[in-house]
Ligand binder design. Structure first.
Ligand code: CTP
Length: 481
C-alpha cells in the first residue's frame, strides 16, 4: 500500500490547482483514483470535485493545457470530461445529494465538500487529495477510509440504510469491491444489504449485470457469490443459480451441493486465466441440475439430461441478464451442452471415432471445453482427482493426434446438399438431409476421409443401395464449394 496516498508528480495536477485558485474554487481529487493510489492499483480515471462550478473549472483547465483538449460537457449531469494523454479527467461540483455515476436527475443542488463525501458509497471511496495552494496533496479522510483500507473493510460513510436507499446498486457494489479487493463487509453494512435487498428490483438489469461481471472477473469469484447468497440478493438477481444450493438425502444417498460445486468449478477455471465467457460456462454448466433431479432407488440421485436442458436455457438466461446473445452466448451454450462428453470419453476406451465427433462438435472451443472439464473435477479424494486428470491427459493426447490427422476443428463436410441434389436430381427435401448426415457419420466414423475423392464415391454407393438414380456424376466439387 501507498499510505498516505501521494498525488503522482504530474504537472497536470498543478495546472488544475492553478485554474481552481483563479476561479476561487477549492478542488480535490476524489473517489476511486485516491483509493486505487493507496492500493497501488493502476487507474486512469481521475475525478475532480470542486466547491463551485465543475464545468467552468474543466473549461479553465482545458484552456491552460498545451494541446487545448476539447471539453465534453454533460449539462444534465453537471459534469465535464477532459481527455489528456495519460489520464481521463472528470470534473463535477460538490453536491448535496447522493453521487451516482448514472443519475439522470438534471438539477443537482450544490453542497460543501463534507456533504459531497457523506453521500458517496463507501468510506474507501470517500477519500480526497487537496488541489489547493495552502495544502496541495493533503489527504481528506473524514470517514476513516484509510483505516478501512488497512483493515480491509467495506463500510458506508453514513447509516447504510441511507446510503443504500440513495442508490440500491451500491449493495452490489459493496459485494463487488469486497470480492475484487478480498475485503470484508462491515457487519452493519452487510445487515443493511440483507434488509434492503428487495430494493435491488428498482435498479436496471444492465447496471446489475455490470457489477455481476466484475464479481465474476475477480480473482476469487466464489467469495462474491457466497456474499450474494448470504445477503439474499442472489435469488433476486439470478434465481436459477440460487436454486443450485442445497443437499437432499434419501437414506444413504445424498447428492453434492451443486451451488458450492459450481463455485469451486468457477474458481478452478479462473486458475486457467479464463475469460468472462468461460467463467460463465462454469457458472451455467450444472444450472439445470435442480430441474432434472430424480431419485432412483437403484442408483441414487440422477440428473439425466441436465447438460441439454442447461444448454437450452442458456439463451434465455443471457437475455434475462442482458448479456450479449451472439458468439459469446453460443460458446457458453456449446460448453454447457458438451461438458460431460470428455469425461464420458475417459470412462470408455477412447475410440478415434468418439474423439472425432467431439472435435467436430466443439470446433475451436475444444480448448475451453477441456479447461471446463478439468475444472469440473472437484472431488475431495485427491487420488481420484489425480486419476481423472491423468485420464484427461490421455484424451487430450488423442485429440491432438486425431486433429493433426483429420483437421476436424473447423471441418466442413465436403459433400454438400447442393452436390447431393445435382447428383441424384433431387429437390430440397428431407431425403437430401438424410444423405448428407449419412456421409457426415461415415466421415466421423472414419470410414471415409473428408475428401471429395473418397467421400463422393461413398455417396454414389450409398445412393445405389437406396435405389437412387445418378442424374449427373460430378468429377470434382462445383466451384465455390
Ligand atoms: N459512487 C457512489 N455511488 C455509486 C457509484 C459511484 O458513491 N453508485 C462514487 C464513489 O465515490 C466512487 C466514484 O463515485 O469512487 C466513482 O465511481 P465509479 O467510477 O463508478 O467507480 P470507482 O470507484 O472509480 O471504481 P471502478 O472504476 O472500479 O468502478
Amino acid at each position: 500500500m501507498n499510505l498516505p496516498p501521494q498525488l503522482p508528480d504530474l504537472p497536470l495536477f498543478r495546472t488544475i490547482a492553478d485554474a481552481a485558485q483563479e476561479l476561487g474554487y477549492p478542488a480535490y481529487v476524489i473517489g476511486g483514483f485516491v483509493r486505487d493510489l493507496a492500493l497501488q492499483r493502476p487507474s486512469k480515471d481521475v475525478d475532480v470535485v470542486c466547491v463551485g462550478d465543475g464545468i467552468q473549472l474543466a473549461q479553465a483547465v482545458g484552456r491552460k493545457l498545451p494541446n487545448r483538449p476539447r471539453v465534453t460537457v454533460f449539462k444534465n449531469f453537471g459534469t465535464a470530461m477532459l481527455p489528456t494523454p495519460d489520464i481521463e479527467l472528470e470534473f463535477v461540483g460538490a453536491r448535496k445529494e447522493s453521487y451516482r455515476a448514472e443519475s439522470r436527475k438534471p438539477e443537482v443542488e450544490a453542497g460543501t465538500l463534507e456533504e459531497d463525501l457523506a453521500r458517496r458509497d463507501f468510506t474507501i471511496n470517500a477519500l480526497g487529495l487537496s488541489l489547493n495552494a495552502e495544502d496541495f496533496g493533503a489527504l481528506v479522510d473524514r470517514y476513516n477510509g484509510i483505516q478501512d483500507l488497512k483493515d480491509g473493510i467495506i463500510r458506508t460513510p453514513l447509516d447504510p440504510d441511507i446510503t443504500f436507499s440513495d442508490d440500491p446498486l451500491r449493495m452490489m457494489r459493496a459485494i463487488r469491491f469486497a470480492t475484487q479487493l478480498n475485503f470484508d463487509i462491515d457487519p452493519d453494512t452487510f445487515d443493511a444489504i440483507a434488509r434492503n435487498k428487495e430494493r435491488i428490483r428498482i435498479v436496471s438489469q444492465e447496471r446489475i449485470t455490470t457489477e455481476l461481471n466484475k464479481i465474476i472477473m475477480a480473482p476469487k469469484p466464489s467469495y462474491g457469490f457466497k456474499l450474494l447468497f448470504a445477503s439474499g440478493l442472489l435469488p433476486l438477481i439470478f434465481p436459477k443459480m440460487a436454486l443450485l444450493q442445497g443437499v437432499e438425502k434419501r437414506g444413504q444417498h445424498a447428492h453434492k451441493d451443486n451451488f458450492y460445486h459450481t463455485l469451486q468449478v468457477l474458481d478452478n477455471v479462473v486458475e486457467t486465466r479464463a475469460d468472462l465467457w468461460l467463467r460463465w460456462a462454469a457458472i451455467l454448466h450444472d444450472i439445470a441440475k435442480p430441474a432434472t433431479k430424480r431419485f432412483d432407488p437403484k442408483v441414487g440421485w440422477t440428473f439425466h439430461g441436465h447438460e441439454d436442458k442447461g444448454a437450452r436455457w442458456t439463451p434465455n438466461i443471457f437475455a434475462d441478464l442482458k448479456l450479449p446473445l451472439g458468439e459469446e452466448m453460443r460458446m457458453v451454450q456449446k460448453l454447457v451442452r458438451l461438458h460431460l462428453r470428455p469425461i464420458a470419453l475417459v470412462k470408455e476406451t477412447v475410440t478415434d471415432s468418439a474423439v472425432r465427433r467431439l472435435l467436430f462438435e466443439a470446433g475451436d472451443d475444444i480448448d475451453n471445453l477441456m479447461k471446463l472439464c478439468r475444472a469440473d473435477i472437484t472431488s475431495k479424494d485427491h487420488q481420484r482427482v489425480a486419476r481423472y486428470l491423468r485420464n484427461f491427459d490421455v484424451v487430450e493426447q488423442k485429440l491432438r493426434e486425431v486433429e493433426e490427422k483429420d483437421h476436424l476443428r473447423n471441418f466442413k463436410p465436403v459433400i454438400t446438399g447442393e452436390i447431393i441434389m445435382q447428383t441424384f436430381g433431387l429437390a430440397p427435401s428431407k431425403a437430401v438431409g438424410e444423405l448428407k448426415d449419412a456421409v457426415l457419420e461415415a466421415i466421423l466414423d472414419g470410414q471415409v476421409r473428408n475428401e471429395f475423392g473418397e467421400a463422393y464415391p461413398w455417396l454414389l454407393a450409398l445412393g445405389q443401395r437406396k435405389g437412387l438414380e445418378v442424374k449427373q456424376e460430378l468429377a470434382a466439387p462445383p466451384a465455390g464449394e
